[in-house]
Design a binder for this molecule. Structure first.
Ligand code: ATP
Ligand code: MG
Length: 336
């Protein structure tokens, strides 16, 4: 059986990058009738800074509301926040002892997020990939839909699964999870810098489109998006050396659910003064109902908490036996 797991950090409102690279695909997998488990990974969200008590709770509820507004159905999928299921951190400890220092030292996300003075980064940020491996493997998940930037962490999780299975003679107890990185928008770039990925924690709000942006804001951000002065090329090949133009074409393709080639067939040769308004109209058409639905859902925080609690119960029912079996393989005595 196929089991999907993925998570998003409550580090800020969802961006178009999170939507196209992750959440939109979570919904597609739910429609495929696979077993789907989606998590607001609050434990990961404290690795860089403390958001503060109120902000953390609000961001968690907002992200849960965004998941549902995008089409996740808490009855068909399991939807919960990570810290309510202790098996994640319990398994993460074991995986901290499976993973090697050399593996962690190669992680580019740590380098990006720690910045110049890595001595000041938290140890949690450093061991983040072990917790992420635990998130996935606690459910023995087989497939993980993520954006391109998470590919390296997925490989880390696969290495942990393989080494654990080998070290403990456990055959294929932990499946090697397959990354699902598909479509035209696996790496949506910043609207201000075509070489940087769009992030919800980027200091510049103009760098991203948020799912809560209203129609005017979406249109303004697209109009002001950085581009070169040339019109769109006639063909896909012409986009190769033009990261900003390519990014806008990829966004268009993912929103319209067509290939980038089809976008070029329709819009190739147009100046940005024509292409950007077309993209803005499409983005508003596809996104504005999500923001509206989110506001409705957030009017009832108690209901969101109930959904997360119910999801956590169902998640724990899967993860706890996996943790028990892991401890048994390690020879930890459990006598109470
Ligand atoms: P942060 O800056 O706090 O890390 P983020 O925007 O990178 O925030 P995450 O919670 O780290 O968001 O990632 C959630 C999911 O969104 C992951 O699957 C990640 O690969 C995907 N994702 C993040 N940014 C992009 C992007 N620009 N394009 C496509 N997918 C993305
Ligand atoms: Mg990220």
């Amino acid at each position: 059986t196929q089991r999907v797991f993925s998570g998003v950090q409550p580090t800020g409102g969802l961006t178009l990058g999170n939507y196209l690279g992750a959440v939109k695909r979570f919904v597609e997998l739910q429609e495929r009738d696979w077993e789907t488990i989606y998590c607001v990974v609050d434990l990961h969200a404290v690795t860089v800074t403390w958001p503060g008590r109120e902000k953390m709770a609000a961001a968690t509820r907002e992200l849960a509301a965004a998941f549902i507004a995008c089409g996740l159905d808490p009855k068909r999928s399991i939807l919960f926040n990570q810290s309510q299921v202790p098996a994640h951190t319990q398994l993460a400890w074991v995986f901290n002892c499976v993973a090697r220092l050399g593996w962690a030292n190669r992680m580019t996300q740590f380098k990006d997020k720690a910045g110049k003075n890595a001595e000041k980064a938290s140890i949690g940020l450093y061991t983040y990939p072990a917790l992420m491996a635990a998130d996935i493997l606690a459910y023995q998940a087989t497939h993980v839909p993520v954006g391109e930037d998470q590919k390296q962490h997925l490989e880390f999780a696969r290495d942990i699964a393989a080494k654990f299975n080998l070290d403990f003679d456990a055959l294929d107890f932990f499946p090697l999870p397959e990354p699902l990185i598909e479509g035209a928008a696996t790496r949506v770039m910043s609207l201000r810098d075509g070489t940087k990925k769009m992030s919800k924690s980027d200091p510049s709000d103009m760098s991203r489109i948020n799912l809560t942006d209203d129609a005017d804001t979406i249109a303004r951000k697209i109009r002001k998006a950085k581009t070169d002065p040339e019109p769109l090329p006639e063909t896909l090949e012409g986009l190769e050396e033009r990261p900003e133009a390519r990014n806008l074409v990829n966004i268009y393709a993912a929103l319209a659910e067509v290939t980038p080639g089809a976008v070029m067939a329709e819009h190739g040769g147009q100046p940005f003064s024509a292409f950007k308004p077309a993209l803005a109209d499409l983005a508003v058409e596809k996104l504005s109902h999500i923001g509206t639905k989110m506001s409705e859902l957030m009017a009832d925080p108690a209901e969101i908490d109930r959904i997360l609690g119910d999801g956590a119960d169902r998640a724990a029912a899967i993860a706890e036996p996996v943790l028990d079996k892991t401890y048994e393989l390690l020879g930890f005595i459990r006598s109470r």
